[in-house]
Design a protein around this ligand. Structure first.
Ligand code: UD1
Length: 427
């Protein structure tokens, strides 16, 4: 398996192009199931998870074609056509490798009146149930059955009648599944307490471009008036706010200055607020967002929360940056109960972090030193890279298949702004 070798200490400077958002792409792709006409998605990031999702779509009889596949291009264009759906079963082998597969449940049910999806297995960042996905679909009139590790959802008479559902906790995935199921309902579906992450807005905008009737886009109260059919569309995936935030942390920890090209400050409010409070200069420019760090970093207290709060997907990267701040910072993770797996690895690099339940106290400034490290999830892996960029000496980051799932051409983007990072095959 490949690993990344990083010699820390270089100041990052220049421009990092921001790719299309992984978390948005993975909810836009299943929308192809909702229409027999072609759906063309632009600015799709080149990531292992996108390839995996394409494979899953092929399984249902969806044809897929890719343009812009030259190695030197960032992003790709994919056209998906579900003129006929030949299977409405998502098998265990595909779902187990990619949690986002659960997002086919809603659209398959809406289009064919029935869907069978393997239950996603355990996950490194804590127990991740799907009960709210199922409850929302039930509220819209689906009948749900569980057997042999699969969930089967059926719309009696082939079409969901509609209904109301109030989320007891904010769930991004369940909001997405419910939206995709609702657009083809016979009547009206109402969601209260819905997630309003920018990726949900991206999903609503695509569905609207396909002919869906959705009120309240961007708010937590969504009303979806079902339509008989949706049509094809061409749509560009939003820029990845988490990738942009990750490179902002990378630049800041090296005392550098980078332009996050194409990033949208409006989607990154809580992250940019945290960076500013740490003493990082953040400016919005026509081409993107510029971050510059040239003095001591200040400690801050941060709590993850559903949007517009601080994204749980930024917690690990900000923690790495805070190891270099002058004083104690307190981080509280409210979304997942087990999302501090990067802490022991950061500690091995010299960080002073103590964890108690959902709270982590980071005492800085730590003198980070290079080490061989590995992480068990995507954002944790990125946090190790950020620490390695500022560490004295050489670090080896292993198990980088996580990074390939979520960061398009990571080492190239970092090399261009001056990082000493190389990928080598493991013997
Ligand atoms: C979550 C994050 C999202 C992040 C993604 C990957 C939030 C609100 N969601 O999305 O920002 O990009 O992880 O790291 O920040 N839950 C249930 N039952 C369900 C579904 C969820 O109890 O059926 C709970 C979860 O255990 C969790 C919370 O709701 O505590 C939010 O989960 P959810 O938003 O659904 O997770 P993802 O969609 O994976």
């Amino acid at each position: 398996m490949d690993k990344l070798i990083i010699n820390g200490g270089n100041r990052l400077s220049g421009t990092v192009p921001i790719s299309g958002a992984k978390n948005s792409a993975l909810t836009l792709l299943p929308c192809a199931l909702l229409t027999e006409e072609p759906l063309t998605l632009r600015n799709l990031p080149r990531l292992a998870d996108i390839d995996g999702f394409q494979h899953l779509m092929n399984q249902f009889g969806v044809s897929t074609g890719i343009q812009g596949n030259r190695p030197e291009d960032f992003g790709r264009v994919m056209t998906l056509e579900a003129s006929r759906i030949t299977s409405n079963v998502a098998p265990y082998d595909l779902v187990r490798r990619m949690r986002a597969s659960i997002l086919v449940l809603g659209p398959l049910l809406a289009r064919t009146g029935e869907a069978t999806v393997s239950l996603p297995g355990g996950c490194a960042i804590g127990n991740r149930p799907i009960d709210l996905h199922l409850k929302a679909l039930e509220a819209f009139g689906a009948e749900i059955e569980m057997a042999a590790g699969y969930v089967k959802a059926v719309a009696p008479g082939g079409v969901l009648p509609g209904g109301n559902f109030d989320f007891p906790v904010v769930s991004v995935g369940a909001t997405e599944n419910a939206l995709m199921a609702a657009v083809l309902a016979k009547g009206t579906c109402r969601l209260g307490g819905a997630a309003r992450e920018p990726e949900i807005v991206d999903l609503c905008n695509l569905l609207a471009a396909m002919g869906a009737r959705i009120e309240g886009i961007g708010s937590s109260e969504l009303t979806i008036h079902g339509v008989k059919r949706l049509h094809g569309a061409t749509y560009s995936v939003m820029p990845d706010r988490i990738e942009a935030g990750s490179y902002a942390c990378a630049a800041a920890i090296t005392g550098g200055e980078v332009l996050l090209e194409g990033a949208k400050a409006g989607d990154m409010g809580a992250t940019l607020h945290a960076l500013r409070n740490m003493g990082v200069t953040v400016s919005e420019e026509p081409g993107g967002v510029r971050v510059a760090a040239d003095g001591a970093l200040k400690p801050v207290n941060l709590t993850t929360a559903p949007y517009p709060g601080l994204a749980t997907d930024m917690q690990a990267q900000l923690m790495s940056l805070l190891t270099r701040a002058e004083g104690a910072s307190v981080l509280t993770e409210t979304i997942f109960e087990n999302r501090y797996m990067h802490v022991p690895e950061l500690t091995r690099m010299g960080a002073d972090i103590s964890v108690s339940g959902r709270t982590a106290v980071v005492r800085g400034p730590a003198r980070l030193t290079g080490a061989a490290v590995m992480a068990t999830d995507l954002r944790a892996s990125m946090s190790l890279i950020i620490a390695a960029l500022a560490a004295a000496g050489t670090s080896e980051v292993r198990r980088i298949y996580h990074l390939d799932r979520g960061y398009e051409r990571l080492e190239e983007k970092l090399q261009v702004v001056g990082a000493d990072i190389t990928r080598v095959g493991d013997e």
